[in-house]
Write a protein that binds this ligand. Structure first.
Ligand SMILES: CC/C=C\C/C=C\C/C=C\C/C=C\C=C\C(=O)SCCNC(=O)CCNC(=O)[C@H](O)C(C)(C)COP(=O)(O)OP(=O)(O)OC[C@H]1O[C@@H](n2cnc3c(N)ncnc32)[C@H](O)[C@@H]1OP(=O)(O)O
Ligand SMILES: NC(=O)C1=CN([C@@H]2O[C@H](COP(=O)(O)OP(=O)(O)OC[C@H]3O[C@@H](n4cnc5c(N)ncnc54)[C@H](OP(=O)(O)O)[C@@H]3O)[C@@H](O)[C@H]2O)C=CC1
Length: 335
């Protein structure tokens, strides 16, 4: 079914709410099922395993913001599996503790949970003090924590704007600048990775604070690539396309009405997986990527370029319709 038709059908289902019909109301319950992958997805199965050789991060420390859930959890798991001692930081200590215990039990390598609201520079300083006591400074830093919600911009309050920009841009800056200063002072190198998004480049309506803040994160990282390379610090960026995590989908598609139309514009025909981001992030932070700095890597099954191409909707034209179109064009010969 064409993406537009899918969207209309799902939206009609939701509108049924007003007439008391039974439909899925929240992303977590499921009257509207999660959209299935498209047929071509069978050509592009995700590989879940961890790609780098064992012990790639032995005797290294990794600091991951938002490491308790979603993509942050997957990256923490991968680093820990390859030998790193990990420190994960975010607001919800109970979530962090559970993740830390589970990963430590699975990999045998210690994961330390530290409570930290990255919007608060003092909290960031205290968190990094605690980390230094526990593990010393990290060789791997992943700025992954984020906040987001879809909203028409005319509905945004100043605090709504500030909340997202504080988590995404200011939080990344506080962590990066404070860690950078400490690393420089101690003469230690490190690899930084920031998780942004494909619309950091294009901008996007309905997630304007997130788009603005993620663009700022990219500018921050590109700028520091140049300024701090001389201190042994390198900075790279991953722009993921859509990946089903509870945190993202509950705030960006809470009804589930948009998922099928979103799939329709991804040439690989499926969502990404946390493991795919994990493997790219691990590569970027590893010794195999010491010449990589200032890179921005989009990992999105082709969605971004697919949305940009003027003629890409012609995918919907059938073979019979092409016969007609071709014959009409050929008739113009010599005109
Ligand atoms: C067409 C699309 C189809 C499908 C999309 C599906 C999938 C995704 C595809 C691509 C994804 C691309 C990018 C993803 C980027 C991400 O960052 S995803 C990660 C998302 N994860 C999180 O957001 C986790 C953390 N989030 C939170 O804790 C909260 O959501 C938070 C609101 C960000 C922060 O919580 P906090 O408790 O600090 O804040 P509040 O006090 O609740 O709110 C602060 C102010 O914001 C206003 N607000 C909150 N929600 C809304 C809303 N929905 N609409 C408008 N305004 C909102 C709130 O009212 C407060 O303002 P005030 O009232 O003026 O005080
Ligand atoms: N999933 C997707 O489709 C995409 C995700 N991304 C990006 O990937 C990253 C991970 O997102 P994802 O795993 O999907 O979503 P999650 O919601 O699971 O991850 C966000 C993490 O950020 C933490 N966080 C939020 N606010 C703060 C704060 N003030 N201080 C410290 N930590 C905070 C949360 O922990 P806590 O609540 O404990 O604070 C949570 O662990 C984000 O940068 C997101 O923008 C980009 C494109 C697509």
């Amino acid at each position: 079914m064409a993406a537009g038709a899918v969207f209309s059908r799902n939206w009609a289902l939701l509108s049924g709410l007003r007439y008391g019909r039974k439909v899925r109301l929240f992303h977590s319950s499921s009257l509207l099922r999660d959209a299935p992958p498209l047929p071509q997805a069978s050509f592009f199965p995700p590989s879940e395993g961890t790609m780098l050789p064992p012990h790639s991060f032995q005797n290294r420390v990794a600091f991951i913001t938002g490491g308790g859930t979603g993509l942050g959890r997957a990256m923490t798991h991968g680093l820990s599996e390859l030998g790193a001692t990990c420190v994960i930081a975010s607001r919800k200590l109970d979530v962090l503790q559970k993740t830390a215990e589970e990963i430590t039990a699975q990999t045998g390598n210690k994961v330390f949970p530290l409570q930290c609201d990255v919007r608060d520079p003092q909290a960031v300083t205290q968190c990094l003090d605690q980390m230094e006591k526990l593990t010393g400074l990290p060789q791997v830093v992943i700025n992954n924590a984020a906040g987001n919600f879809v909203s028409p911009s005319e509905r945004l309050s100043p605090n709504g704007w500030r909340t997202i920009v504080d988590i995404v841009l200011n939080g990344t800056a506080y962590v990066t600048l404070e860690l950078g200063k400490r690393l420089i002072q101690q003469g230690k190198g490190a690899a930084f990775v920031a998780i942004t998004t494909i619309y950091a480049e294009s901008g996007s309506g309905f997630v304007v604070p997130s788009a603005s803040a993620k663009a700022g994160v990219e500018a921050l990282y590109k700028s520091l690539t140049s300024e701090w390379g001389r201190y042994g610090l390198r900075f790279n960026i991953i722009q993921p396309g859509p990946i089903r995590t509870k945190g993202a989908f509950s705030r960006l598609d809470p009804t589930g009405a948009f998922e099928e139309s979103m799939l329709g514009r991804i040439p690989a025909g499926r969502l990404g997986t946390p493991a795919e981001i994990k493997n790219l992030a691990l590569y970027m932070c590893s010794d195999y990527a010491t010449w990589m700095s200032g890179a921005v890597v989009r990992l999105d099954g082709g969605e971004y370029v697919s949305m940009a191409g003027e003629f890409n909707d012609l995918r919907k034209v059938t073979s019979e319709q092409w016969d007609l179109i071709e014959s009409m064009i050929r008739k113009t010969k010599g005109s």
